[in-house]
Design a protein around this ligand. Structure first.
Ligand SMILES: [Zn+2]
Length: 199
């Protein structure tokens, strides 16, 4: 890049540090900001700062929460506290919520086991889940993604609670192998939840 454009270089470098912003798209994002009016750029920066200050992980399920220790799902009196659905990420939680079918609580692991990338049980919120399972939970539903990592994660957790009386199930087939919950439609997730089978 041209050396006489230090401010532009700085912006590109900052954006390149953001995961999921493919490098070829960085220049389009930069052009978008430079072509935008000052007010909309300020609003975006302000929104990031505000979210960073007020959004925190729920202390129980690790869904995002705003200005409270517990998220709105954990705080809702209409949710069944005896049923926990285990998901890898917040996006997966959103996909299941969109189905409108699940009335229990969640546990967001923060990813899936992937030894090659250095993600072991200690890097996920598995220990926290095992503690929750000792607090009156009757059913655990695995909604980890149908990938080798997602399946291995569910198997690992199940192996830790083998002797527990908790009923363990997983989403029914119909969830395409290798895909991600966040890309599935509402009806597919609804069917997968209703047809869940013993793990
Ligand atoms: Zn929560």
């Amino acid at each position: 890049m041209q050396a006489q454009l230090p401010a532009l270089q700085k912006l590109v470098r900052q954006l390149q540090r953001v995961p999921y912003l493919a490098s070829k798209n960085v220049y389009k994002v930069v052009a978008h900001f430079l072509n935008s009016d000052m007010k909309s750029v300020e609003q975006l920066c302000q929104a990031i700062l505000e979210a960073k200050q007020s959004v925190k992980p729920c202390v129980r399920c690790y869904n995002w929460s705003e200005d409270a220790d517990l998220c709105t799902i954990c705080l809702s009196p209409r949710r069944d506290e005896k049923v926990i659905c285990v998901v890898e990420t917040w996006h997966d939680l959103l996909a299941i919520e969109k189905s409108g079918e699940f009335k229990g609580l969640y546990h967001v692991l923060g990813g899936s086991l992937c030894p090659l990338e250095g993600v072991g049980p200690d890097q996920l919120r598995i220990g926290e889940l095992l503690v929750r399972l000792t607090e009156g939970v009757s059913e655990l539903i695995f909604a980890t993604n149908p990938t080798p990592e997602g399946e291995a994660t569910a198997s690992y957790i199940a192996s830790k609670i083998q002797s527990s009386p908790i009923s363990i199930s997983k989403l029914a087939s119909g969830v395409p192998i290798g895909s991600s919950l966040e890309y599935m439609d509402r009806v597919t997730i609804c069917k997968a939840l209703l047809g869940r089978r013993p793990f």
